[in-house]
Design a protein around this ligand. Structure first.
Ligand SMILES: [Fe+2]
Length: 390
């Protein structure tokens, strides 16, 4: 394997795994040295009873729990970050505890920027490595197994007036602690299990083929893909299968560290961000639709990278050329995604051709596009969108 000329790797988030580990959040908050905590969550997570043990633990530790904000929408929004940050500032919050999926955790990251360094999210901080100093403490407790936001340095937050997805990337956005509790993911319905699981798969596959990949990200991505192929069907079939749920949480976090390390992973994510912002296609579903098409597009530029994934996706490629092996890998991933009965096209997911040019423009400008293994021209991305919109 060709040696990379240079890479950096750092994964400073403390990862704690265990059934009912969320009950110990108070101990973790104390050890971070905070005094005043706020829980950020959403209605669904609250109604499922998942916040209660976290709340009880924080109420019985030395920190003061001053706010439980449970109105975070399905897609995190800049305006909501501003609203929550005002509450946090007023109450002197120094420890954020996010309990939820990617939207909740990314919202907490946006709030943390505002609490830590102030300013305006859009004017001052969107982009990469702009946050100048450490922020408040953040403990992330994921209730889905997909985004890897609990261990990643990025946040994608919607800006409502233009329906754009704005990216923030900074090492200071990495939560101090990620608490992986499979019990909290038990109540996820099958469709959400599948969509979030395919998001995790896409992080791993795109990180593996990204121009920015490195040996540590390769190791994490490869293992994540292997785990997802083994455990996502089980978690989808039986939500109470805690072994499958636990392995999916771990796989999603590995995918999150991999994508955080590569920083920019590829065209599928760039296109999925555009489809999410402009057409409200849920992120995991957008990835499930777009990944096979992007892999086929990329094939000629990275057959070696795709072919290497054969054992992880359970195909025997002995005796085949690199390109034929890569084609089998793409076929295996496409069939795997199809098992979960998610929409197969963006049209089926509610988008239509009137968005074609906007989607293309948005995807081409997305930070995830630049390290796609094949350099893509706007008309090529437009062609891929067109195929998925008709
Ligand atoms: Fe993603």
């Amino acid at each position: 394997m060709a040696l990379k000329e240079y890479f950096e790797f750092s994964a400073p988030t403390k990862m704690i795994f265990g059934e009912n580990i969320a009950d110990d959040v108070g101990d973790e908050a104390e050890s971070l040295g905070g005094t005043c905590a706020m829980i950020l969550t959403d209605k669904g997570v609250t109604e499922a009873g998942l916040v209660e043990p976290v709340k009880e633990s924080l109420e019985s530790c030395s920190l003061e729990l001053v706010e439980v904000y449970s109105e975070i929408p399905v897609n995190s929004e800049v305006e909501i970050c501003n609203e929550i940050a005002e509450i946090g500032k007023e109450k002197g919050v120094d420890t954020l505890v996010s309990v939820g999926g990617g939207s909740v955790i990314d919202t907490a990251k946006g709030v943390n920027i505002l609490l830590g360094v102030g300013g305006d999210l859009l004017e001052d901080w969107q982009g990469t490595h702009l946050v100048p100093e450490p922020l408040k403490k953040h403990i992330a407790i994921p209730t889905t197994a997909g985004t890897g936001a609990e261990v990643s340095l990025g946040a994608v937050i919607k800006h409502s007036p233009e329906n754009q997805k704005i990216s923030f990337n900074s090492k200071y956005l990495l939560p101090e602690v990620a608490m992986l509790d499979p019990v909290l993911t038990e109540s996820m319905p099958p469709r959400l299990t599948a969509a979030t699981g395919i998001d995790a798969l896409t992080h791993a596959v795109e990180s593996y083929s990204s121009q920015e990949h490195s040996p540590p990200s390769d190791a994490l991505s490869y293992y994540a893909i292997k785990m997802i192929f083994e455990y996502l069907p089980r978690a989808f079939e039986n939500g109470k299968d805690l072994e499958a749920r636990g392995n999916m949480l771990i796989a999603a976090s590995f995918g999150g560290i991999a994508l955080s390390t590569t920083m920019s992973i590829g065209a599928c994510h760039a296109m999925a961000h555009a489809a999410g912002g402009l057409c409200s296609v849920p992120h995991g579903i957008a990835n499930a639709i777009i990944l096979p098409v992007v892999m086929e597009f990329n094939l000629e530029d990275c057959p070696d990278r795709y072919a290497e994934l054969a054992p992880a996706v359970g195909v025997d490629v002995s005796g085949l050329s690199e390109t034929d092996a890569a084609k089998l890998v793409i076929e295996s991933i496409t069939e795997f995604i199809a098992e979960f009965s998610l929409p197969r096209t963006l049209k089926e997911a509610g988008a239509d051709l009137s968005f074609l040019e906007m989607l293309t423009e948005e995807a081409m400008g997305d930070g995830q596009m630049y390290s796609n293994p094949r350099e893509a021209e706007p008309e090529e991305i437009q062609g891929l969108f067109e195929k998925l919109l008709t």
